[in-house]
Design a protein around this ligand. Structure first.
Ligand SMILES: [Zn+2]
Ligand SMILES: [Zn+2]
Length: 364
């Protein structure tokens, strides 16, 4: 089979590699249908590391995936060959203190698909994973929507951590796939007023499509002044999805006393700072968000019933052979890209579909 391998900084090759075997009785062999390109994949591609997690070349990446069951071990229940599934890329040990506390996402012995040295990435034609990672999807759901389940589940998890009351006022800083997933999750949870910012105009446009009440670029607008004018008492929650010191500072400024900032974005730096006296006087809560926990099934339901239109986030499609083009596109924030999808099962895909093309129905 063919799979994508990182082979150096900004180097990616499609190589032939032996098809994996079912290793254990609870394993499932999937034919991969779609894989979303995540910011973290691109980070490994451009810098070779995220924090202390460093790539040893060659390395396979990719974790936002969906596929069709081809074969399975004898102990697998509830799946059948031909079944289409969304994948939760986390493999937890089930035995450590965190797993016992019901916190599988912070499992001390976890492996995550496509994380260096943990489990092979999903950017391949075939993947073997534990059955517990496979969530059946309804016939009505496309492979691409199913591959959006993982990033959307992070937005849903962040929304649930905030636990916003009806009518909540909230800001989302960073309108990439995760910020927009937060937006869709909050909109699906009930009435709320949402303020969204991003540097990329096309992303603001998608945010408006997804129901943002207000969307603006910090290049054009003084974000703190503009939101404070509209919400003089401050907002209830800020979802920081940009991973920048600047957006953390804005969050502290625009939150009402007793408000909460949810840190969803992954900063490129190792340390950030907060103005402690403002935090203290306003008694703000800083809530860190590590991927997601237990939101996969609910995400499938919200996408399947149309409450969360994740298809609005998918702007580009590529065959596996053109994975590097997709990574370069995402790394450069070019052509209005929000989510680029790799389609390992298909070779004949229109590679570039800009927002305008997509609206005109010219891409799949
Ligand atoms: Zn991801
Ligand atoms: Zn564990």
């Amino acid at each position: 089979m063919f799979a994508a391998f990182l082979t150096g900084i900004r180097q990616l090759e499609i190589r032939e590699t032996p098809e994996p075997d079912l290793a254990g009785p609870r394993d499932v062999l999937l034919r991969v249908g779609a894989v979303g390109v995540c910011g973290s994949d691109v980070h490994y591609y451009t810098t070779g590391r995220i924090g202390s997690q460093a790539v040893t070349y060659p390395e396979r990446v990719g974790h936002e995936c969906a596929g069709t069951v081809v074969a399975m071990g004898h102990a697998v229940r509830g799946l059948r060959p031909g079944q289409r599934v969304a994948v939760d890329p986390l493999i937890a040990c089930g035995e450590c203190d965190q797993c016992r506390l019901g916190r599988r996402h912070t499992c001390r012995n976890q492996s995550f698909l496509g994380s260096p040295g943990q489990a092979p990435g999903a950017l391949a034609e075939v993947l073997v994973i534990p059955a517990e990672c496979c969530y059946p999807i309804p016939d009505s759901m496309s492979m691409v929507e199913a591959a959006m389940v993982e990033p959307f589940s992070i937005g849903l998890y962040a929304q649930r951590l905030a636990g916003g009351a009806p009518g909540a006022k909230l800001a989302i800083f960073g309108a990439g796939p995760i910020g927009l997933s937060v937006l869709l999750a909050c909109r699906s949870a009930g009435e709320c007023t949402t303020y969204v910012t991003d540097l990329v105009d096309e992303r603001l446009e998608v945010a408006r499509l997804c129901g943002a009440a207000w969307a603006a670029s910090p290049r054009v607008v003084d974000i703190v002044a503009a939101i404070t004018e509209l919400e003089p008492l401050g907002v209830d929650f800020v979802f920081e999805c940009a991973g920048k010191q600047e957006t953390l500072d804005q969050a502290v400024e625009i939150l009402r006393p007793g408000g909460m900032v949810l840190v969803v974005g992954i900063p490129e730096v190792d340390r950030v700072s907060f103005p402690i006296h403002t935090l203290r006087r306003k008694e703000l809560t800083i809530r860190n968000v590590r991927r997601q926990d237990g939101c996969t099934a609910a995400s499938i339901d919200l996408i399947a019933n149309g409450a969360a239109r994740v298809d609005q986030l998918v702007t580009h499609h590529f065959p596996l052979a053109r994975t590097q083009e997709a990574f370069d596109l995402v790394a450069g924030y070019r052509d209005g890209v929000v989510k680029a999808m790799i389609r390992p099962g298909e070779s004949e895909i229109e590679p570039l579909g800009s927002l305008s093309h997509r609206r005109a129905g010219m891409t799949q």
